[in-house]
Write a protein that binds this ligand. Structure first.
Ligand SMILES: Cc1ncc(COP(=O)(O)O)c(C=O)c1O
Length: 363
């Protein structure tokens, strides 16, 4: 049986160092907003070539706090990808802003930069780009559009720690970038955790206050903030794992390269391999017009797959008022996608077995 992902297996090599780090925190008597967080924020900002990093409670809050810091008037429109996880869009509606969906590029499945401008109105204030599956969006074009229309760019890089666009790390490109360290991510904590990175010092400071009740100084509140802090325990664990992120991403690239070169099944659409070394392959998402049959077949072969994602945001009950929107490409993608197992602990034999099994589908 090849599981889609096994967190014990993922974390196993790091456990001795994590045990030491967590014991240090347990015995420190300091659990929130301390030196462990400061140290992780510094190393993650450096890693992302971003200047500043603010640890927060999770990836959803990271996006919410960025938008809150920009303080757009209620009713402002925010351009969002139609093909993404719902967490990219929930912060928009939660802050009484209006999500305006843009269809993906048919090959990358990421927000199509050529379809953004037609959705910009006098009310538009920002563009959210999601580096879905571990690949950066077309940031040169998107930053140019934003500049032309004086919009902010917020990147949701929850799935893309370490991904590059033209040699630049995600996290240091947009006005602000949100990360999730949910346990299954390329850099995963042992619970919920997230961060914002930015090159803008005053924005970083504002987000740091907002995550802590809007307070710069104890019991003095400059903003109506929230409680969304990355705790010392998770920060210490992330500091143990961060130095291994590039090595683990490299293994993901090797696996992706084998899948791209060796999977040969008519009617199966592979993800683009043009930026194989810049992508971090959080997910290896293929498409097939008989998805359910392929999922069942692989399940019978002992290969667990996953679907990212089965129902688009605009078709969810939570967004019933948007259910009539016409986003045909997004809907087609949601009908066809299948994620194959891809994680740094997958063995060469397991990779060969997945390839061989996929290639034999329907034969
Ligand atoms: C694309 C994307 N955005 C945002 C999030 C939200 O992160 P979190 O679960 O840490 O709130 C996730 C992951 O869950 C995600 O995959």
């Amino acid at each position: 049986m090849i599981p889609f992902l096994d967190l014990n297996q993922i974390n196993e090599p790091h456990l001795p160092a994590i045990e030491e780090a967590t014991l240090r925190v347990l015995r420190s008597g300091w659990y929130i907003l301390g030196n462990e967080l400061k140290a992780f924020e510094k190393s993650f900002a450096d890693y992302c070539e971003a200047g500043y990093c603010v640890g927060v409670a999770n990836g959803l809050d990271a996006i919410t706090l960025i938008l809150k810091a920009f303080d757009f008037p209620a009713g402002s429109e925010i351009i969002v990808p139609a093909n993404t996880y719902i967490a990219s869009v929930l912060p928009v509606s939660a802050l009484n802003l209006v999500p305006v969906f843009v269809e993906p590029d048919p090959v990358t499945m990421l927000i199509d930069p050529l379809k953004i401008e037609e959705k910009i109105s006098p009310l538009t204030r920002a563009i959210i780009t999601t580096d879905l599956y571990g690949r950066c969006c077309e940031m040169d074009t998107i930053m140019q559009i934003a500049q032309r229309h004086q919009l902010k760019v917020v990147t949701d890089a929850a799935q893309a720690h370490g991904a590059l666009f033209q040699g630049k790390k995600t996290g240091g490109i947009a006005d602000a970038t949100a990360f999730s360290f949910y346990p299954t991510k390329n850099l995963g904590a042992f619970g919920d955790a997230g961060a914002v990175t930015t090159l803008d010092k005053s924005l970083a400071e504002k987000i740091a206050y907002l995550r802590n009740y809007g307070s710069q100084e104890r019991y003095k509140n400059d903003y109506q903030g929230v409680n969304s802090r990355l705790d010392e325990m998770q920060a210490a664990i992330l500091s143990v794992k961060l130095p291994f992120l590039d090595e683990e991403n490299k293994r993901r690239k090797e696996i992706a390269a084998r899948y791209l070169n060796e999977i040969k099944l008519p009617d199966l659409i592979l993800p683009p391999g043009d930026r194989i070394n810049e992508d971090v392959w959080h997910l290896f998402v293929v498409r097939h017009n008989r998805r359910q049959d392929l999922v069942k077949y692989l399940e019978n072969k002992g290969i667990q797959t996953n679907i990212h994602y089965p129902l688009p945001i605009h078709k969810q009950q939570a967004y019933a008022h948007l259910n009539d929107e016409q986003l045909p490409l997004t809907e087609k993608i949601h009908r066809e996608v299948i994620s194959l197992p891809l994680h740094p602990r997958l063995t060469d034999d397991e990779i060969s077995y997945v390839i061989q099994s996929v290639n034999q589908f329907d034969s």
